[in-house]
Design a protein around this ligand. Structure first.
Ligand code: BG6
Length: 295
């Protein structure tokens, strides 16, 4: 790969069936699978792991890896649960979370400095994507690694028709013990409870976990939560987000997921879903961004 030549920190390695970019910077290590542009690991020398990756993760073609930051695009979650503006753009019944997470992306930019590394991967429309989702597009995911992590997902409409997407950066976080976690920031926000007939509810206090949680929070939220000694802060420009933990029973049904793994992870997914879906006109772009800080 010519882009990788003469780079100080970046190299491509084969992990089982998948090509992965490894970034061995003096201050941090990161791994991105070219399939799905999925960031699987980001570990800072001083701050430790930013992301959770399943101990039983499989690097196989055609399937998303359990952990890190899967990219859900051009629809999020179960297709039928999306507004008609999103489902009208898709041909036929399709699986959850869109097709971008299972496609091979192209490495399009690497910029290395003493303090940071910026990586861009790009996915373009193909015969395969046009059969499912009949729009020409260019999707770019830009990762900036430093003492913090920034991800920007840039959707460009190259078609002559308008399209509407839902999407998410489906981040898996490591926690010491899920039963002790309190997530702050969503207090007083409304949420849609996917486990209770999609009813709209009000978050009264911090979010805590003593059962399965699968909720879409409405509005722009600055999340903060603690796990033992570490504090995570997650910001985004989006106006919807998903908080998820599968708890005991659902854990048993998930791929690449040990039965007790729900105790050591949680997901907060910066999203554009429900009324927050995004319509992109021809020649226009939209950027979903998130920044993760660990203290
Ligand atoms: C979350 C959804 O975003 O992703 C959950 O809200 C879902 O309902 C979870 O179970 C995992 O999805 P998948 O397809 O990666 O197993």
């Amino acid at each position: 790969m010519p882009l990788i030549e003469n780079k100080s920190f970046s190299s491509i390695i084969k992990h089982d069936e998948l090509d992965c970019l490894h970034i061995n910077h003096p201050d941090f290590f990161a791994e991105i699978c070219l399939q799905g542009a999925q960031l699987t690991q980001f570990k800072h020398r001083l701050q430790g792991d930013f992301l959770w990756l399943s101990p039983t993760v499989q690097y196989k073609q055609g399937q998303s890896l359990r952990g890190g930051v899967p990219i859900c695009w051009p629809w999020f979650g179960i297709l039928d649960k999306n507004p008609s503006s999103v489902t009208d753009c898709v041909n036929g019944p399709q699986g959850s979370h869109g097709f971008a997470r299972n496609q091979c992306w192209e490495l399009s930019n690497i910029t290395e400095t003493q303090d940071s590394v910026m990586i861009e991967l790009t996915l373009k429309h193909s015969q395969q994507s046009l059969a499912v989702w009949p729009f020409k597009f260019e999707l770019t995911c830009r990762f900036t690694f430093s003492e913090k992590l920034t991800i920007e997902l840039i959707t460009q409409n190259l078609d002559e028709k308008v399209f509407t997407i839902s999407q998410a950066l489906h981040t898996y976080f490591p926690v010491d013990d899920i039963s002790t976690v309190s997530i702050h920031g969503a207090d007083s926000h409304k949420y849609v409870d996917a486990l209770d007939d999609w009813q709209i509810k009000h978050q009264q206090q911090a979010i805590q976990f003593n059962q399965e949680v699968d909720r879409i929070y409405l509005g722009n939220i600055e999340y903060k939560f603690k796990s033992e000694h570490e504090c995570f802060e997650l910001n985004s420009n989006s106006h919807s987000s998903v908080v998820w933990n599968p708890w005991i029973n659902k854990s048993k049904t998930l791929s690449q997921f040990p039965d007790d793994a729900y105790q050591s992870m949680l997901c907060i997914e910066n999203a554009n879903v429900l009324d927050d879906v995004i319509t992109v006109k021809p020649n226009q772009t939209h950027t979903l961004s998130m920044t993760l800080i660990k203290r």
